[in-house]
Unconditional design. Structure first.
Length: 161
């Protein structure tokens, strides 16, 4: 049987150490928190994506009383891109989240469905999507691709009020 272990490499930096493009993606993710429709969970997620042409687009989570119909911020951003600028390559995706107490300090990685969609977009564009996970202290965890975060899981502990 083959080796089933996967080494996860994350870099940690302060937001001010990032490039201007990365900072714009983070600012878009923060802006998207105010566009979140999350009346049921009170848990808002924002995503900002930096494109190969230098533009930045975003998405926010959208809830529904029928929970299976909800949509995560990461997928909203990628689907928005596919509709508005088909074929444009995503370089970076910044993600942040807040609950009723504000932006949370723990790194909130994409859920399994979003990781799968990110991987699909990486395959489509034949290029990794760099992930920036922004926290309250302006600490940013950087993953060099969506594929590199598969072992991380999102669970109900993030929603505790």
């Amino acid at each position: 049987m083959g080796n089933t272990e996967q080494e996860i490499r994350l870099k940690e930096v302060q937001a001010e150490q990032l490039s201007e493009g990365d900072q714009k993606a983070i600012q878009e993710a923060i802006r998207q928190l105010d566009l979140s429709y999350s009346p049921y969970s009170g848990f808002s997620v924002g995503a900002g994506i930096e494109l190969e042409d230098g533009t930045v687009m975003g998405g926010s989570n959208q809830e529904n009383a029928s929970y299976p119909l909800c949509m995560c911020a990461e997928r909203v951003a990628l689907y928005h891109l596919a509709a508005a600028k088909p074929g444009t390559k995503v370089l970076t995706m910044a993600i942040t989240a807040r609950n009723q107490n504000g932006i949370i300090e723990r790194a909130v990685f994409p859920c399994g469905a979003c990781r799968q969609v990110i991987l699909e977009y990486e395959r489509i564009q034949k290029h990794p999507i760099r992930l920036l996970i922004y926290t309250r202290s302006a600490k940013v965890l950087i993953a060099e691709s969506g594929a590199s975060i598969l072992p991380f899981a999102f669970d109900e502990s993030f929603l505790i009020k």
